[in-house]
Design a protein around this ligand. Structure first.
Ligand code: HEM
Length: 387
């Protein structure tokens, strides 16, 4: 798309002050449709001739949020398309990375919007709160679409939150969008398919997982032997307990049934194979072909982090504005309900955060074969078709 400003002057040849663009009528305000955007702030308090100054800020803040939600959804959809093609050409990874990073930065900005609204005091808010009811952020369609498209699953939502669809019952277009966002592959689903195809996982090839498992158990055996040799009984028992605990933790990634049990409880999200891909990329991130995928994983964590930070900052603001005992205008228990959405169940890329649990010292990382080194240094991979 061309720059909207280029219609104003004709570059070097333009005469000073010459205004172009009259042919298309594309002036700044037309291009941005400012007549609509800037006339969309209807203060309820003014409608009844009792204008409350801070209602203006309240409306502008929410509208700014909705505009940014729109941009985030636009980016998520485009990234899902890039992941969801028959082949994932590695040249696309940079574009995916760029857009994921953009989402993370927008979310960071959205967290920073909260202090602006907090310049309004609870008493100021009280002056117009009654005019809102029963309007509530709970009814933000775009927020739900954003969550669903990222990969928040219905079964992981807290009970009250599962009712968000009811809100849109009378709006068939909204319901269609919700259903589509719940049934189409989410970003999290597509990321998993991509991770499952990580080169080096092939059992008849480098077979990273088998090598990794062997090295982890070698490491644990050695640590156990060292612990047993300790003379101080207290320290010995503590170290042995620690090794046993780590064995249990590793069991959850080396035993598929244990992994699936965690998935069914919502404590783990990734497929068994995707988990392997994520660990492999993290351990070999210095190899050229894993460098961008590793940054993709980091960006996904940033997105989850900022979503959680937003939830947390919003809850704090709600407590500051209405306390912890008042119901929300949307009918929930307010602060108590919002606090319950802060759990890990809402972290879509939870497993990426927990990867550190499974990392091993560099000298235990299985060495790459010459074939693998060559493979990870070639930049022209076109991966196998997505299922
Ligand atoms: C004075 C400021 C605010 C207060 C007191 C407030 C209060 C609340 C309350 C009590 C809820 C729970 C649902 C209910 O209404 O019963 C809620 C949900 C929500 N609010 Fe706010 N809110 C404020 C500002 C904002 C802003 C600026 C946004 C930005 C879009 C926002 C977005 C949301 C969303 C998306 C939810 C649903 C969260 C979920 O269900 O996980 N809120 N808000």
């Amino acid at each position: 798309m061309s720059c909207p400003y280029q219609n104003f002057t004709n570059g070097d040849d333009a005469q000073k002050g010459e205004v172009l663009g009259t042919e298309t009528g594309m002036l700044y305000s037309d291009y941005l449709m400012l007549d609509k955007v800037l006339n969309a702030q209807r203060m309820q308090s003014s409608e009844i001739n009792r204008p409350v100054h801070d209602e203006h800020l309240f409306i502008i803040t929410h509208q700014a949020y909705e505009l940014w939600f729109k941009q985030i959804i636009y980016e998520i959809d485009s990234i899902r398309d890039l992941f969801n093609t028959i082949t994932v050409d590695e040249s696309r990874t940079l574009e995916i990375l760029k857009r994921l990073n953009r989402i993370a930065i927008i979310l960071k900005l959205l967290v920073d919007h909260i202090p602006i609204l907090e310049t309004m005091t609870p008493l100021d808010f009280m002056d117009f709160r009654d005019f809102l009811s029963p309007a509530s952020g709970f009814q933000s369609l775009q927020f739900r679409l954003m969550e669903n498209k990222l990969g928040v699953k219905q079964e992981n939502r807290v009970k009250y939150n599962q009712r968000y669809q009811d809100v849109f019952g009378d709006d068939s277009t909204a319901v269609e969008k919700i259903i589509a966002s719940e049934t189409e592959p989410s970003l999290c689903d597509l990321v998993q398919k991509w991770l499952e195809r990580t080169p080096g996982l092939e059992e008849d090839g480098f077979n990273f997982w088998a090598k990794f498992k062997t090295n982890v158990y070698n490491l644990l055996d050695q640590e156990e032997a060292k612990a047993k040799a300790l003379s101080d009984e207290f320290v010995r028992n503590y170290r042995l307990m620690d090794v046993n605990k780590r064995r249990d933790v590793y069991h959850t990634i080396f035993n598929q049934d244990a992994h699936e049990a965690l998935v069914s409880r919502g404590e783990r999200k990734f497929s068994y194979k995707a988990m392997q891909g994520a660990i492999m990329i993290t351990l070999y991130r210095d190899e050229p072909r894993f460098s961008q995928p590793h940054q993709v994983l980091t960006c996904l964590m940033d997105i989850d982090s900022f979503m959680t930070k937003w939830r947390y900052s919003h809850v704090m603001m709600v407590q500051r504005m209405i306390g912890s005992q008042q119901l929300g205008t949307g009918g929930s228990s307010g602060y108590q309900y919002l606090r319950s959405t802060l759990s890990d169940r809402y972290k879509v890329f939870l497993d990426l955060f927990n990867l550190s649990t499974f990392l091993i010292p560099r000298n235990y990382i299985p060495p790459l074969t010459t074939e693998m080194i060559n493979q990870l240094n070639t930049n022209s991979r076109v991966s196998k078709p997505a299922n």
